[in-house]
Design a protein around this ligand. Structure first.
Ligand code: COA
Length: 175
């Protein structure tokens, strides 16, 4: 994986995450709607700090419109040569095409690394927004996995959809 570097899109300035982003990540995770399909409730400030602090800096970007942070995008290296895409936006920025706009930029940057062949993303089947982002990115839904959870979220019985974007497919869908 190449080091995370600053990126720009038409509307977004994507800055590599630093520990200074912690207050924004804590605020984002305090919204129960934002974590609806992830935790089923908002995180307390302490929970969010405990979760995020060890991950900063990391292979993530915080996107800004003008100087306001709107959300984050991540490309996490996983086992087996796979990289996982993630994203999370503050609610007031939803449905404006920003998740796709930021994801295109980070995927483009990720595939600049010749060692990256496949990007994977996972979401609950019932997470229509996240599936919409994956569809717009040209990702293929490769399987649905119904997993066992100690405390399943509503819709967990429908499973998690796993989507992938190959380097080859990215050539036609990202440019
Ligand atoms: C999921 C999320 C990132 C989408 O961000 P966004 O900026 O609103 O997405 P976009 O505007 O780029 O939309 C991408 C596509 O998804 C569709 N979409 C977005 N939200 C949707 C929703 N709630 N229901 C149905 N479709 C939705 C859009 O209409 C668009 O498709 P279209 O161009 O064909 O109309 C945002 O809702 C979010 O941060 N949710 C909470 C965190 C989360 O669930 N992250 C993913 C975890 S796997």
């Amino acid at each position: 994986m190449t080091p995370v570097r600053p990126l720009r899109t038409d509307r977004l300035r994507l800055a590599p995450t630093t520990p200074e982003d912690l207050p924004f990540l804590v605020e984002l995770d305090s919204d129960p709607e934002v974590l609806r399909h992830i935790l089923g409730r908002g995180r307390t400030a302490q929970e969010a700090r405990d979760y995020w602090a060890p991950q900063l800096p990391g292979p993530m970007w915080v996107g800004h419109v003008d100087d306001e942070p709107v959300g984050w995008w991540a490309l996490w290296p996983r086992e087996g040569g796979v990289t996982e895409l993630g994203y999370r936006l503050a609610r007031r920025w939803w449905r404006q095409g920003l998740a796709v706009e930021g994801a295109r930029a980070v995927l483009d940057d990720g595939f600049a690394d010749p060692g990256l062949d496949v990007v994977r993303a996972e979401t609950m089947v019932v997470n229509a927004g996240s599936r919409g982002v994956m569809r717009r990115l040209g990702m293929r839904e490769v399987r649905v996995e119904v997993r066992r959870w100690d405390e399943p979220l509503p819709g967990a019985e429908q499973g998690e959809v796993v989507s992938e974007l190959t380097r080859q497919d990215s050539r036609s869908t990202l440019s």
